[in-house]
Design a protein around this ligand. Structure first.
Ligand SMILES: Cc1cc2nc3c(=O)[nH]c(=O)nc-3n(C[C@H](O)[C@H](O)[C@H](O)COP(=O)(O)OP(=O)(O)OC[C@H]3O[C@@H](n4cnc5c(N)ncnc54)[C@H](O)[C@@H]3O)c2cc1C
Length: 212
């Protein structure tokens, strides 16, 4: 995030954290002002908005917008288990753990589209994932201790992590629903799955559309 903040500041931009956009004040197919509740920002004739909020929030702000109806969860497990390094990254097939990141500061597991994992209690999920990753770590000779007993683990379940990718053509919202407002966000660029790269591409497309 630091390079993005530096670029914005170098271009004369101000970054405000913790400022929730409550409402778009529109008139004649254009955004007139951004309503932040405690204050509002009026837009000049040459100002434009890139709205890069999650789909459900974009729809709250623009009620006629079609947005993905279903989302998929991502489950992360973070084990308090320091290792000597180097950093190792293990991918697993046909397993609960899809990606295992072994770092000196601890071991993390990522389960994408993890519907079943999101339903499971942390008490069983932690030991189950540990048994799998321990076997892989021992098989690959990953440096460190790999005790049979699972270390303390924090489970983070992000229930609306990504739009649910299903067969069939993805939803493609109009880039410019208002003359001076462009949509961005991973879900607006469905050429790629919902990833950081998709969100970057969407931001570039939004800027280009407004400059045109
Ligand atoms: C657990 C997890 C793991 C992931 N792992 C990977 C990975 O390894 N690689 C990868 O490429 N992608 C990964 N992703 C996906 C990636 O994080 C997203 O694709 C990307 O962050 C989407 O960027 P975005 O800008 O579209 O939306 P977001 O990053 O969701 O940003 C939207 C922003 O809008 C803000 N916001 C919402 N409402 C308002 C409002 N009313 N006013 C003002 N601000 C508002 C939110 O606070 C947020 O900061 C992961 C996602 C999750 C949840």
């Amino acid at each position: 995030m630091a390079p993005a903040l530096a670029a914005l500041q170098a271009a004369g931009g101000t970054v405000r954290f913790g400022a929730r956009l409550r409402r778009l004040v529109t008139q004649g197919g254009r955004v007139q002002a951004l309503d932040f509740g405690e204050d509002a920002m009026a837009l000049g004739p040459r100002d434009a908005v890139v709205l890069a909020t999650p789909p459900w929030e974009s729809q709250r702000l623009l009620p006629h917008l079609d947005v993905p109806a279903a989302h998929a969860p991502i489950v992360n497990l973070h084990y308090a288990h320091p290792t000597p390094g180097p950093v190792r990254f293990i991918g697993m097939l046909d397993a609960l753990c899809q990606w295992v990141l072994v770092r000196p500061t601890g071991v993390a597991v990522t389960v994408s589209a993890g519907d079943a994992a999101a339903r499971e209690e942390a008490e069983t999920l932690g030991p189950r994932a540990w048994a799998e990753l321990r076997e892989a770590a021992l098989a690959f000779g990953v440096a460190g201790d790999w005790p049979a007993q699972a270390p303390p683990c924090r489970v983070v379940k992000e229930r609306r992590a990504t739009p649910r990718h299903a067969p069939g053509p993805p939803l493609r919202p109009k880039r410019l629903p208002l003359a001076n407002l462009a949509l961005a966000g991973d879900w607006t660029d469905p050429v790629l799955p919902a990833t950081i790269e998709a969100s970057v591409r969407s931001g570039q497309a939004a800027a280009k559309a407004l400059l045109r």
